[in-house]
Design a protein around this ligand. Structure first.
Ligand code: PLP
Length: 384
Protein backbone atom coordinates (compact mmCIF):
# COMPACT_ATOMS: atom_id res chain seq x y z
CA UNK A 1 0.00 0.00 0.00
CA UNK A 2 1.54 3.29 -1.10
CA UNK A 3 1.02 5.73 1.75
CA UNK A 4 2.70 8.69 0.10
CA UNK A 5 0.50 11.76 0.60
CA UNK A 6 -1.63 12.44 -2.44
CA UNK A 7 -1.14 16.21 -2.67
CA UNK A 8 2.04 16.16 -4.72
CA UNK A 9 4.93 13.88 -5.49
CA UNK A 10 8.17 13.78 -7.42
CA UNK A 11 8.55 10.34 -8.98
CA UNK A 12 12.23 9.61 -9.60
CA UNK A 13 13.04 6.86 -12.10
CA UNK A 14 16.29 5.24 -10.98
CA UNK A 15 16.38 3.07 -14.11
CA UNK A 16 16.65 6.34 -16.05
CA UNK A 17 19.54 7.45 -13.81
CA UNK A 18 21.35 4.16 -14.48
CA UNK A 19 20.73 4.43 -18.22
CA UNK A 20 21.97 8.04 -18.20
CA UNK A 21 25.18 6.97 -16.43
CA UNK A 22 25.72 4.33 -19.10
CA UNK A 23 25.08 6.88 -21.87
CA UNK A 24 27.58 9.29 -20.31
CA UNK A 25 30.20 6.57 -19.91
CA UNK A 26 29.74 5.78 -23.59
CA UNK A 27 30.22 9.48 -24.39
CA UNK A 28 33.54 9.50 -22.48
CA UNK A 29 34.78 5.94 -22.99
CA UNK A 30 38.37 6.48 -21.86
CA UNK A 31 37.52 8.36 -18.68
CA UNK A 32 36.15 7.28 -15.34
CA UNK A 33 32.82 8.79 -14.32
CA UNK A 34 32.13 10.86 -11.21
CA UNK A 35 28.43 11.15 -10.40
CA UNK A 36 27.88 14.61 -8.93
CA UNK A 37 25.17 14.20 -6.29
CA UNK A 38 25.38 17.55 -4.47
CA UNK A 39 22.28 19.48 -3.39
CA UNK A 40 20.41 16.25 -2.65
CA UNK A 41 21.18 14.84 -6.07
CA UNK A 42 19.94 18.02 -7.80
CA UNK A 43 16.69 17.54 -5.91
CA UNK A 44 16.30 13.87 -6.89
CA UNK A 45 17.57 12.38 -3.61
CA UNK A 46 21.30 12.00 -2.99
CA UNK A 47 21.59 8.45 -1.68
CA UNK A 48 19.20 6.65 -4.07
CA UNK A 49 20.79 8.43 -7.04
CA UNK A 50 24.31 7.70 -5.77
CA UNK A 51 23.40 4.04 -5.43
CA UNK A 52 21.96 3.94 -8.95
CA UNK A 53 25.05 5.69 -10.34
CA UNK A 54 27.39 3.22 -8.59
CA UNK A 55 25.34 0.30 -9.98
CA UNK A 56 25.79 1.69 -13.49
CA UNK A 57 29.55 2.11 -13.15
CA UNK A 58 30.29 5.46 -11.53
CA UNK A 59 33.67 4.92 -9.82
CA UNK A 60 33.55 8.33 -8.10
CA UNK A 61 30.90 10.42 -6.37
CA UNK A 62 31.24 14.20 -6.12
CA UNK A 63 29.69 16.61 -3.64
CA UNK A 64 30.08 20.28 -2.96
CA UNK A 65 30.17 20.20 0.84
CA UNK A 66 32.01 17.86 3.19
CA UNK A 67 28.74 17.28 5.04
CA UNK A 68 27.27 15.80 1.87
CA UNK A 69 30.29 13.52 1.45
CA UNK A 70 30.03 12.38 5.08
CA UNK A 71 26.31 11.66 4.55
CA UNK A 72 27.29 9.32 1.69
CA UNK A 73 29.66 7.48 4.05
CA UNK A 74 26.95 7.33 6.74
CA UNK A 75 24.69 5.72 4.13
CA UNK A 76 27.34 3.04 3.57
CA UNK A 77 29.16 4.18 0.44
CA UNK A 78 32.76 2.97 0.50
CA UNK A 79 33.99 4.11 -2.94
CA UNK A 80 35.92 7.21 -3.91
CA UNK A 81 34.21 10.48 -3.02
CA UNK A 82 35.49 14.02 -3.67
CA UNK A 83 34.14 17.16 -2.00
CA UNK A 84 35.29 20.64 -2.90
CA UNK A 85 33.52 23.42 -1.04
CA UNK A 86 35.46 24.08 2.15
CA UNK A 87 35.50 26.92 4.64
CA UNK A 88 37.98 27.46 7.48
CA UNK A 89 37.32 25.18 10.44
CA UNK A 90 35.46 22.64 8.28
CA UNK A 91 35.25 18.94 9.16
CA UNK A 92 38.66 18.10 7.64
CA UNK A 93 39.47 15.43 10.17
CA UNK A 94 36.13 13.64 9.79
CA UNK A 95 36.47 13.72 6.01
CA UNK A 96 40.04 12.41 6.09
CA UNK A 97 39.15 9.68 8.57
CA UNK A 98 36.21 8.75 6.32
CA UNK A 99 38.63 8.37 3.39
CA UNK A 100 37.05 11.21 1.43
CA UNK A 101 39.23 13.02 -1.13
CA UNK A 102 39.33 16.68 -0.18
CA UNK A 103 39.88 19.57 -2.58
CA UNK A 104 42.27 22.37 -1.78
CA UNK A 105 42.52 25.71 -3.64
CA UNK A 106 44.76 27.73 -1.32
CA UNK A 107 47.52 27.42 1.28
CA UNK A 108 45.13 27.97 4.23
CA UNK A 109 43.11 24.94 3.17
CA UNK A 110 46.21 22.84 2.66
CA UNK A 111 47.37 23.79 6.17
CA UNK A 112 44.03 22.69 7.64
CA UNK A 113 44.12 19.40 5.71
CA UNK A 114 47.71 18.71 6.80
CA UNK A 115 46.94 19.52 10.45
CA UNK A 116 43.90 17.22 10.40
CA UNK A 117 45.93 14.44 8.77
CA UNK A 118 48.66 14.72 11.42
CA UNK A 119 46.06 14.73 14.21
CA UNK A 120 44.41 11.61 12.87
CA UNK A 121 47.66 9.82 11.98
CA UNK A 122 46.44 9.23 8.42
CA UNK A 123 47.53 10.32 4.98
CA UNK A 124 44.93 12.71 3.56
CA UNK A 125 43.91 12.34 -0.07
CA UNK A 126 44.09 15.84 -1.47
CA UNK A 127 43.17 17.18 -4.90
CA UNK A 128 44.49 20.56 -5.97
CA UNK A 129 42.04 22.80 -7.77
CA UNK A 130 43.25 25.21 -10.45
CA UNK A 131 41.41 28.36 -11.50
CA UNK A 132 42.00 28.12 -15.23
CA UNK A 133 39.57 30.95 -15.95
CA UNK A 134 36.24 30.42 -14.18
CA UNK A 135 37.15 33.01 -11.58
CA UNK A 136 35.37 31.14 -8.78
CA UNK A 137 37.21 28.54 -6.65
CA UNK A 138 40.69 27.26 -7.45
CA UNK A 139 44.20 28.60 -7.36
CA UNK A 140 45.14 31.38 -9.76
CA UNK A 141 48.04 30.46 -12.07
CA UNK A 142 50.23 33.01 -10.27
CA UNK A 143 49.59 31.29 -6.91
CA UNK A 144 49.90 27.73 -8.23
CA UNK A 145 53.68 27.22 -7.83
CA UNK A 146 53.48 28.02 -4.10
CA UNK A 147 50.51 25.68 -3.61
CA UNK A 148 52.19 22.88 -5.59
CA UNK A 149 55.44 23.26 -3.62
CA UNK A 150 53.61 23.20 -0.29
CA UNK A 151 51.62 20.12 -1.35
CA UNK A 152 54.80 18.34 -2.46
CA UNK A 153 56.45 19.11 0.89
CA UNK A 154 53.40 17.75 2.76
CA UNK A 155 53.57 14.60 0.62
CA UNK A 156 57.24 14.15 1.46
CA UNK A 157 56.31 14.30 5.14
CA UNK A 158 53.60 11.65 4.61
CA UNK A 159 50.72 13.90 5.70
CA UNK A 160 48.97 13.96 2.34
CA UNK A 161 48.99 12.34 -1.04
CA UNK A 162 47.98 14.46 -4.03
CA UNK A 163 45.46 12.23 -5.79
CA UNK A 164 44.14 14.70 -8.34
CA UNK A 165 44.53 17.97 -10.19
CA UNK A 166 41.38 19.57 -11.43
CA UNK A 167 39.53 22.60 -12.70
CA UNK A 168 36.06 23.71 -13.79
CA UNK A 169 34.75 25.36 -16.97
CA UNK A 170 32.98 28.71 -17.21
CA UNK A 171 31.30 28.31 -20.62
CA UNK A 172 31.33 24.63 -21.58
CA UNK A 173 27.63 25.01 -22.40
CA UNK A 174 28.43 27.56 -25.13
CA UNK A 175 30.14 25.55 -27.87
CA UNK A 176 32.99 27.46 -29.48
CA UNK A 177 33.26 30.01 -26.68
CA UNK A 178 36.89 31.21 -26.74
CA UNK A 179 37.28 30.66 -22.98
CA UNK A 180 37.06 26.89 -23.54
CA UNK A 181 40.34 26.61 -25.45
CA UNK A 182 41.97 29.12 -23.11
CA UNK A 183 40.98 27.11 -20.03
CA UNK A 184 42.17 23.84 -21.58
CA UNK A 185 45.56 25.42 -22.37
CA UNK A 186 45.85 26.83 -18.84
CA UNK A 187 44.97 23.42 -17.36
CA UNK A 188 47.64 21.69 -19.47
CA UNK A 189 50.22 24.25 -18.31
CA UNK A 190 49.26 23.99 -14.66
CA UNK A 191 49.19 20.18 -14.61
CA UNK A 192 52.53 20.08 -16.45
CA UNK A 193 54.03 22.40 -13.84
CA UNK A 194 52.74 20.17 -11.02
CA UNK A 195 54.19 17.03 -12.62
CA UNK A 196 57.51 18.77 -13.27
CA UNK A 197 57.61 19.56 -9.56
CA UNK A 198 57.06 16.00 -8.44
CA UNK A 199 53.30 15.50 -8.15
CA UNK A 200 51.90 12.23 -9.51
CA UNK A 201 48.10 12.57 -9.49
CA UNK A 202 45.89 9.55 -10.15
CA UNK A 203 43.35 11.70 -11.98
CA UNK A 204 43.24 15.01 -13.84
CA UNK A 205 39.74 16.26 -14.54
CA UNK A 206 37.83 19.22 -15.89
CA UNK A 207 34.64 18.14 -17.65
CA UNK A 208 31.15 18.85 -16.31
CA UNK A 209 28.06 17.56 -18.16
CA UNK A 210 28.25 19.88 -21.18
CA UNK A 211 31.98 19.20 -21.64
CA UNK A 212 31.39 15.46 -21.27
CA UNK A 213 28.76 15.60 -24.02
CA UNK A 214 30.51 17.96 -26.44
CA UNK A 215 34.26 18.31 -25.71
CA UNK A 216 36.22 15.04 -25.94
CA UNK A 217 39.47 17.01 -25.51
CA UNK A 218 38.34 17.86 -21.99
CA UNK A 219 37.66 14.31 -20.79
CA UNK A 220 41.16 13.59 -19.37
CA UNK A 221 41.01 10.78 -16.75
CA UNK A 222 37.63 11.49 -15.20
CA UNK A 223 34.43 13.36 -16.08
CA UNK A 224 32.28 14.98 -13.40
CA UNK A 225 28.69 14.77 -14.55
CA UNK A 226 25.81 16.27 -12.61
CA UNK A 227 22.75 17.50 -14.43
CA UNK A 228 22.98 14.99 -17.30
CA UNK A 229 22.81 12.08 -14.84
CA UNK A 230 19.31 13.18 -14.03
CA UNK A 231 18.44 13.36 -17.73
CA UNK A 232 18.33 17.15 -17.87
CA UNK A 233 20.03 19.01 -20.72
CA UNK A 234 22.79 21.38 -19.57
CA UNK A 235 21.59 24.02 -22.01
CA UNK A 236 18.98 24.50 -24.72
CA UNK A 237 21.91 25.63 -26.92
CA UNK A 238 23.27 22.08 -26.87
CA UNK A 239 20.00 20.27 -27.48
CA UNK A 240 17.31 18.32 -25.71
CA UNK A 241 18.05 15.39 -23.39
CA UNK A 242 16.98 12.90 -26.05
CA UNK A 243 19.58 14.28 -28.47
CA UNK A 244 22.21 12.79 -26.13
CA UNK A 245 20.33 9.59 -25.31
CA UNK A 246 19.39 10.94 -21.88
CA UNK A 247 16.05 10.47 -20.16
CA UNK A 248 14.67 12.87 -17.54
CA UNK A 249 14.39 11.01 -14.24
CA UNK A 250 11.94 13.25 -12.37
CA UNK A 251 8.19 13.67 -12.89
CA UNK A 252 6.51 16.27 -10.69
CA UNK A 253 2.77 15.88 -10.26
CA UNK A 254 0.01 17.15 -8.00
CA UNK A 255 -3.62 16.16 -7.40
CA UNK A 256 -6.18 18.83 -8.21
CA UNK A 257 -7.51 20.19 -4.92
CA UNK A 258 -10.54 21.97 -6.33
CA UNK A 259 -12.37 22.40 -9.62
CA UNK A 260 -15.12 25.02 -9.91
CA UNK A 261 -17.11 27.17 -12.29
CA UNK A 262 -16.61 30.91 -12.04
CA UNK A 263 -18.20 33.77 -13.98
CA UNK A 264 -16.38 35.86 -16.58
CA UNK A 265 -14.41 38.86 -15.30
CA UNK A 266 -13.30 37.04 -12.13
CA UNK A 267 -9.86 37.91 -10.80
CA UNK A 268 -7.61 34.94 -10.03
CA UNK A 269 -4.95 34.68 -7.30
CA UNK A 270 -3.06 37.47 -5.51
CA UNK A 271 -3.02 40.77 -7.34
CA UNK A 272 -5.67 39.64 -9.82
CA UNK A 273 -3.09 39.45 -12.61
CA UNK A 274 -5.37 37.03 -14.42
CA UNK A 275 -9.04 37.79 -15.05
CA UNK A 276 -11.29 35.11 -16.55
CA UNK A 277 -12.22 36.09 -20.10
CA UNK A 278 -15.68 34.52 -19.75
CA UNK A 279 -17.47 31.94 -17.63
CA UNK A 280 -15.01 29.12 -17.17
CA UNK A 281 -13.70 26.25 -15.03
CA UNK A 282 -10.74 26.84 -12.74
CA UNK A 283 -8.60 24.08 -11.28
CA UNK A 284 -6.52 24.50 -8.14
CA UNK A 285 -3.07 22.88 -8.26
CA UNK A 286 -1.83 22.44 -4.66
CA UNK A 287 1.87 23.26 -5.08
CA UNK A 288 3.56 26.63 -4.93
CA UNK A 289 6.85 28.36 -4.31
CA UNK A 290 7.02 26.60 -0.93
CA UNK A 291 7.44 23.44 -2.99
CA UNK A 292 9.93 24.99 -5.40
CA UNK A 293 7.52 26.10 -8.13
CA UNK A 294 9.12 29.37 -9.24
CA UNK A 295 7.02 32.47 -8.55
CA UNK A 296 8.67 33.87 -11.67
CA UNK A 297 6.53 31.40 -13.62
CA UNK A 298 3.36 33.30 -12.60
CA UNK A 299 1.30 33.65 -15.76
CA UNK A 300 3.74 31.54 -17.81
CA UNK A 301 4.42 28.11 -16.25
CA UNK A 302 3.07 25.12 -18.22
CA UNK A 303 1.13 22.28 -16.63
CA UNK A 304 -0.75 19.38 -18.17
CA UNK A 305 -4.28 18.96 -16.81
CA UNK A 306 -7.01 16.86 -18.42
CA UNK A 307 -4.73 15.96 -21.32
CA UNK A 308 -3.80 19.49 -22.40
CA UNK A 309 -1.14 22.06 -21.65
CA UNK A 310 -2.44 24.92 -19.53
CA UNK A 311 -0.69 27.99 -18.26
CA UNK A 312 -0.49 29.12 -14.64
CA UNK A 313 -3.31 31.69 -14.31
CA UNK A 314 -2.10 34.63 -12.27
CA UNK A 315 0.41 34.35 -9.49
CA UNK A 316 2.05 31.28 -8.09
CA UNK A 317 1.41 31.45 -4.33
CA UNK A 318 3.33 29.68 -1.57
CA UNK A 319 1.22 26.52 -1.62
CA UNK A 320 -0.93 26.64 -4.74
CA UNK A 321 -1.69 28.06 -8.14
CA UNK A 322 -4.66 28.04 -10.48
CA UNK A 323 -5.13 26.99 -14.10
CA UNK A 324 -8.04 27.92 -16.36
CA UNK A 325 -9.50 24.83 -18.01
CA UNK A 326 -11.72 26.86 -20.36
CA UNK A 327 -14.56 24.58 -21.43
CA UNK A 328 -12.78 21.36 -20.39
CA UNK A 329 -13.79 19.12 -17.55
CA UNK A 330 -11.75 17.79 -14.67
CA UNK A 331 -12.38 16.63 -11.14
CA UNK A 332 -10.74 16.98 -7.77
CA UNK A 333 -8.05 14.31 -7.50
CA UNK A 334 -7.19 14.38 -11.20
CA UNK A 335 -3.49 14.54 -11.91
CA UNK A 336 -1.71 17.75 -12.88
CA UNK A 337 1.71 17.10 -14.41
CA UNK A 338 4.10 20.03 -14.01
CA UNK A 339 6.99 18.33 -15.74
CA UNK A 340 8.34 14.94 -16.69
CA UNK A 341 10.25 13.22 -19.49
CA UNK A 342 7.78 14.68 -22.01
CA UNK A 343 6.75 11.44 -23.66
CA UNK A 344 3.16 11.58 -22.37
CA UNK A 345 2.94 15.06 -23.86
CA UNK A 346 3.65 16.77 -20.55
CA UNK A 347 5.96 19.79 -20.18
CA UNK A 348 9.60 19.22 -19.26
CA UNK A 349 11.93 20.92 -16.78
CA UNK A 350 13.37 22.78 -19.79
CA UNK A 351 9.89 24.18 -20.54
CA UNK A 352 9.62 25.46 -16.95
CA UNK A 353 13.09 26.96 -17.17
CA UNK A 354 12.09 28.93 -20.25
CA UNK A 355 8.82 30.04 -18.59
CA UNK A 356 10.61 31.20 -15.44
CA UNK A 357 13.67 32.73 -17.08
CA UNK A 358 16.08 30.26 -15.47
CA UNK A 359 17.89 27.00 -16.23
CA UNK A 360 16.51 23.50 -15.91
CA UNK A 361 19.17 22.75 -13.24
CA UNK A 362 17.34 25.15 -10.93
CA UNK A 363 13.88 23.80 -11.71
CA UNK A 364 14.68 20.25 -10.55
CA UNK A 365 17.05 21.22 -7.72
CA UNK A 366 14.61 23.58 -6.05
CA UNK A 367 11.76 21.05 -5.70
CA UNK A 368 11.17 21.37 -1.97
CA UNK A 369 11.37 18.95 0.92
CA UNK A 370 7.58 19.13 1.33
CA UNK A 371 7.25 17.12 -1.89
CA UNK A 372 7.86 13.43 -1.21
CA UNK A 373 10.21 11.63 -3.60
CA UNK A 374 8.85 8.31 -4.80
CA UNK A 375 11.41 5.97 -6.33
CA UNK A 376 10.70 3.62 -9.19
CA UNK A 377 13.06 1.44 -11.20
CA UNK A 378 15.20 0.61 -8.18
CA UNK A 379 17.68 -2.21 -8.71
CA UNK A 380 18.25 -4.26 -5.60
CA UNK A 381 21.87 -4.93 -4.86
CA UNK A 382 24.81 -4.50 -2.62
CA UNK A 383 26.72 -1.36 -1.75
CA UNK A 384 25.07 1.78 -0.46
C1 PLP B 1 28.15 21.02 -9.99
C2 PLP B 1 29.51 20.73 -10.47
C3 PLP B 1 29.74 19.79 -11.48
C4 PLP B 1 28.63 19.15 -12.28
O1 PLP B 1 28.16 20.08 -13.24
P1 PLP B 1 27.03 19.68 -14.29
O2 PLP B 1 27.01 20.79 -15.26
O3 PLP B 1 25.77 19.56 -13.50
O4 PLP B 1 27.45 18.40 -14.87
C5 PLP B 1 31.03 19.47 -11.79
N1 PLP B 1 32.06 20.06 -11.15
C6 PLP B 1 31.88 20.99 -10.18
C7 PLP B 1 33.04 21.62 -9.55
C8 PLP B 1 30.60 21.38 -9.83
O5 PLP B 1 30.43 22.31 -8.88
Amino acid sequence: MDETPMRARAVVDLAAVRANVRALRAAAPRAELMAVVKADGYGHGMVPCARAARQAGATWLGTATPEEALALRAAGDTGRVLCWLWTPGGPWRQAIEADVDVSVSAPWALREAVAAARASGRTARVQLKADTGLGRGGSQPADWPVLVAAARAAEAEGAIRVTGLWSHFACADEPGHPSIAAQLAAFRDMTAHARAHGLRPEVCHMANSPATLTLPDAHFDLVRTGVALYGVSPSPLLGLPGDFGLRPAMTLTASLAMVKRVPGGHGVSYGHHYVTPGETTLALVPVGYGDGVPRHASGTGPVMVAGKWRTVAGRVAMDQFVVDLGGDRAAEGDEAVLFGPGDRGEPTAEDWARAAGTIAYEIVTRVGTRVPRVYVGEQPGTGI
